[in-house]
Design a binder for this molecule. Structure first.
Ligand SMILES: [Zn+2]
Length: 447
């Protein structure tokens, strides 16, 4: 799909170049430079501001800044121009009232957004099924005036928060974790996978990944839990690689904290092994802390274990599609790292590093990617049903899209990654006829 698109873009470029030649001219030098084409611009409501979404493969070296009198946001794009036939045109949405653009020297394209108040901006790339996008987020600056109470109690607050996903790469520093026959250290492959998962989550609207361990250093288990709680994580995912004296053991496993210690002897031994790293760090949890902790856990952990079970089940289901599971169900064990009383927590043994074939897999980009993609699907599946009410994901079904000239219902469905049938359903549409200016509700995930 993506290749076809690139191909037709290339053909468009060739046609353009040949037309210039046929007209007796020459191909201008700018065509020789790598040219990024803007294929479209859309506006999405986001929190109390907007996302200005460019269909654009690269915005490398871009500059984004604000100017005043009149207030406007300026985006300078290097080696970029509009694709043939594309016009930039937006309705007044949120603080953004209009858009202008011009080509400048050095093949630079300047896009100016008029805003009706002072705003803060940031930008980030986004990947979706149809290709790459570049997003400029424009948010109204919070005024120092006290907030005016909302008039209607039914009116939902406009701000919604991102779900915080704590990604914990197991072990680190002087604790290498398990080591494979080829000398692969668990601490290294799990950090690589953690970074891949972080990247995937950064490209998802409504999610904010937080890396518990950001490099190759030792971190006691309790510190990991504390960091997740301090970041107010909605979910804690600990990534590991398994080891067994039986080098035929293979595949991934998903663990949650057991209510009464280990649910099986194997799980108990594994928990002892993963937990033993705290002794390496010279930190011994004293008995009193453990007793106090267990009382607190009794009080508050019942609900968290239920949530952990649910999200672990979703992840196990996704990982099973890879056909690499070690166990047919979610396992329970007394991992210290899973003992957050208020953060649903899951530990994933991504494969057996002690198994030569698994060890080889663990080193490949393909395997690492498929594992973290499955975990991501598990996360999204879980939060599509269980997102806290104040989160963007829970409110995603309040998104709106104002239809512009030339847009189609199916194009909009692809853009928001929703099914065409869902889009029709929530907007009570039977056919595909839409008109410019019409406002569509965009369904959230999991509808
Ligand atoms: Zn481990």
């Amino acid at each position: 799909m993506k290749d076809l698109k690139t191909d037709s873009r290339r053909r468009g470029f060739l046609k353009q170049a040949m037309a210039v030649l046929a007209a007796g001219g020459f191909v201008p030098l700018v065509f020789a430079a790598r040219q990024n084409l803007v294929h479209g611009l859309r506006v999405e409501r986001h929190k109390d501001g907007v996302h200005l979404v460019f269909d654009l493969s690269s915005a490398e070296g871009h500059k984004l800044f604000s100017l005043t009198k009149p207030a406007r946001v300026v985006l300078d794009l290097k080696d970029t121009s509009l694709a043939q036939g594309v016009k930039l045109n937006i309705n007044h949405v949120g603080p953004v009232s209009g858009v202008r653009y011009s080509m400048r020297a050095n093949n630079q394209m300047r896009v100016v957004f008029d805003v009706d108040q002072s705003v803060s901006t940031r930008s980030f790339p986004r990947i979706y099924a149809g290709g790459q996008q570049f997003v400029v987020e424009v948010l109204p600056k919070h005024s120092s005036q006290p907030a005016v109470p909302v008039k209607s109690v039914n009116q939902a607050p406009l701000t919604a928060r991102d779900l915080v996903i704590a990604i914990d790469a197991g072990h680190g520093g002087k604790d290498p974790g398990a080591t494979g026959k080829r000398g692969t250290h668990e601490k290294d492959v799990v950090l690589q996978m953690a970074r891949r998962l972080e990247k995937l989550l950064q490209n998802e609207m409504g999610y904010k990944p937080v890396m518990i361990r950001e490099g190759d250093y030792f971190m006691p288990l309790r510190d990991r839990v504390d960091k997740a709680r301090k970041e107010q994580a909605d979910l804690f995912i600990s990534l590991h690689a398994d080891a067994s004296p039986n080098n035929k053991a293979h595949g991934a496993s998903v663990y949650v904290l057991s209510e009464n210690g280990a649910s099986s002897e194997a799980a108990r031994l594994l928990a002892a092994k993963e937990n033993a790293v705290d002794l390496i760090g010279g930190i011994r949890l004293n008995d009193k802390d453990e007793l106090l902790a267990s009382v607190l856990l009794d009080l508050s952990q019942r609900h968290t274990i239920d949530s952990s079970q649910t999200v672990a089940g979703d992840m196990h289901g996704e990982l099973t599609k890879l056909g690499q599971m070690h166990s047919g169900k979610v396992e329970q064990a007394a991992f210290a790292v899973l003992k957050s009383p208020d953060v649903p927590s899951v530990l994933i043994e991504t494969a057996f590093i002690s198994n030569p074939a698994d060890e080889k897999h663990l080193l490949t980009k393909d395997y690492q990617t498929s594992i973290v993609e499955s975990i991501l699907e598990g996360i999204k599946g879980y939060f599509s049903k269980n997102a806290p009410a104040d989160s963007f994901i829970a409110r995603a079904d309040q998104r709106e899209h104002t239809i512009r000239e030339g847009e189609t219902l199916s194009g909009i469905a692809i853009h928001y990654r929703v099914r065409l049938s869902q889009l029709r359903q929530v907007n009570s549409l039977s056919g595909s006829n839409v008109r410019a200016g019409q406002i569509l509700k965009i369904p959230g995930r999991g509808i």
